[in-house]
Design a protein. Structure first.
Length: 572
């Protein structure tokens, strides 16, 4: 009964039809930033909010909220003067991959090749005979040598197990000799379209496989995880998210995980909202079937946009650039599509009514994505508006599409205006700069660096921002991204990257809450603590709007509330 009631509330189209005279819970004695007028001096703050059936029904002073909404069974929660705000909406995650890493060989944070080898050797010593070793998270740019690992490095520590490990960005992987053999990769294997197999001076493959088409040659031979393993992994990833104040994830995970999310929801054990993306490359009939498989008005779990990949990453030098890399003059990256093919696919999917979001990091990839959006909009079906006297025929407005470019890390100067013209959202992850500033200038050179991670330039051009983390490429904590956005400095505060692109704390919080909600067509019911909005909020140990920037990195979440229900408290 409880599960059915929770599901019914989750898909409720509005809060106005819900009985709101008496609150289920009143949160009192807080320093609550509601999200209304989120511009600094006029930002609304209240001390209490009332919640019923998962929605905010009132916000104001302790006295006014108690007098209006307290009933005989209303629970009162004392916030103890702590700062509270709408929950973070992470506009770009990979929860399935995060769960996989948590259950396999976790190489995140390995400070050297030696440490990477030690972690792999420990896993190999425990693995059953013949079992694959998988996982990822390594980042050679953090190592003293800055040198990519090889098959031979892995061969020393994998004890004969076939093994492949993804780099932290997910765009390249290193495989050992046994894994290369399983994939049939030799010195004579041709590069697949959109991918690359690295070779040494002796002509033999080094073990580095760049982008999905190359990685898939090996990964297709890995036994798939069981449903129980997949569920355990995503449960760990979700627990990580809510402990860091994330109440919604916009997620790019394989479709096989969606039934697991559905099962968790049916059981009443889905503690955050998931907006799941579908694969742009899938056939349109498949995409329509996936879209129809779950209620579109379910506010806990639903499918949203189509995710496509234009290129790779800067860290692996597979991002598609107009001009070669400054530190690798023979390389301009790996575009994943031919423009004409991409345009035709985008046109067909727009006509089928799908929002699209393209991973594009290099300036050439961004240009390709904008060209495809322009082509799709030029073929968009006409909209019909009924008036009292006639039908009026109009074209869809650019903002109606809300197509997105994920990452948008390097942009040609003239393309900021194209984003605005086409109504494209810049879905970005400011925490990437904390890692990338160590080498971004070398990759891009001085001139291109001016337009890299250019959050302020997007806002100045009138382009909507939506912020996320790209978890598990970066940690799920949003506070690293908030710090990065307002400082443009590394964690230690010793390096700055183009400070003219800094944002205010208000612009940053907006992009991470209401901006992210706008990017998923949810801004009318998510992202604020106002009557009629879902009661998704977090309680923190410090006020993000009134502390020195370095303290943002030390922020701790005390409580996470989703739909009026506390899903996380610190220390429990």
């Amino acid at each position: 009964m409880l599960t059915r009631m929770l599901l019914a509330l989750a898909i409720c189209p509005t809060a106005s039809s819900l009985p709101a005279q008496t609150a289920d819970t009143i949160y009192l004695h807080g320093n609550i930033l509601t999200g209304e007028n989120l511009d600094g001096p006029h930002a609304e703050r209240v001390s209490a909010i009332a919640v019923a059936h998962g929605y905010v029904i009132g916000a104001g002073t302790d006295t006014s909220i108690e007098s209006r909404f307290k009933g005989p069974h209303t629970q009162l929660v004392d916030l103890g003067g702590h700062f509270a705000m709408p929950g973070f909406n992470d506009a770009h995650t990979h929860m399935g991959e995060a769960g996989h890493i948590k259950l396999s060989v976790n190489l995140i944070g390995a400070s050297s090749l030696t440490e990477m080898e030690q972690r792999i050797a420990a896993a190999a010593s425990l693995a059953p005979a013949g079992a694959w070793l998988t996982g990822g998270g390594w980042d050679h740019t953090l190592w003293p040598s800055k040198t990519l690992p090889t098959r031979y490095d892995l061969d020393k520590v994998t004890a004969g197990h076939p093994a492949i490990f993804s780099r932290v960005d997910g765009h390249i992987a290193v495989a050992n000799s046994a894994a290369l053999a399983a994939g049939g990769i030799t010195r004579n294997t041709a590069d697949p379209h959109g991918g690359k197999i690295d070779h040494g001076r002796d002509g033999e493959p080094t073990g580095i496989l760049r982008e999905t088409p190359a990685r898939q040659l090996v990964e297709q031979h890995i036994p798939p995880p069981t449903a129980a393993e997949m569920r355990k992994g995503v449960e760990l990833a979700i627990a990580d998210a809510i402990s860091h104040g994330v109440t919604t994830v916009q997620d790019n995970t394989a479709w096989a995980y969606f039934p697991i999310y559905e099962q968790m929801e049916r059981e009443g054990r889905l503690p955050l909202r998931i907006s799941e993306w579908l694969a742009f490359d899938d056939a349109i009939d498949t995409l329509k079937a996936h879209r129809a498989a779950h209620p579109a008005n379910d506010r806990m779990l639903r499918t949203t946009m189509l995710k496509g990949f234009m290129d790779g990453s800067l860290g692996s030098r597979t991002a598609a650039m107009i001009a070669p890399y400054s530190d690798d003059p023979t390389n301009s990256g790996l575009p994943r599509y031919e423009q004409q093919q991409l345009n035709q696919m985008a046109i067909a999917r727009e006509q089928a009514g799908f929002q699209m979001g393209f991973h594009a990091i290099g300036d050439r990839a961004v240009d390709m994505a904008l060209n495809a959006f322009a082509a799709a909009q030029s073929h968009a079906p006409l909209r019909f508006t009924i008036t009292r006297k006639s039908y009026r025929q109009t074209s869809a407005t650019p903002t109606g599409f809300r197509n997105r470019i994920e990452h948008s890390q390097v942009v040609s100067p003239g393309d900021f205006a194209r984003y605005k013209q086409l109504g494209v959202i810049a879905s970005m992850q400011p925490n990437h700069l904390l890692t990338d500033m160590n080498w971004a200038s070398a990759r891009l050179g001085a001139e291109r660096s001016k337009y890299a991670y250019a959050w302020k330039s997007f806002l100045d051009a009138g382009v909507p921002l939506a912020f996320g983390t790209d978890y598990p490429v970066e940690p799920i904590t949003p506070f690293r991204g908030v710090y990065s956005a307002v400082t443009r400095m590394n964690d230690a505060g010793t390096m700055t990257f183009h400070p003219e692109q800094k944002l205010t704390i208000w612009q940053t919080l907006y992009a991470y809450t209401q901006g992210s909600a706008y990017a998923e067509f949810a801004e009318r019911w998510k992202g604020k603590l106002a009557p009629g909005y879902v009661a998704d909020f977090i309680v923190l140990d410090r006020d993000l709007t009134h502390i020195p920037a370095p303290q943002i990195l030390k922020t701790q979440v005390l409580r996470t509330v989703v739909g009026g229900r506390t899903v996380y408290t610190s220390g429990k």
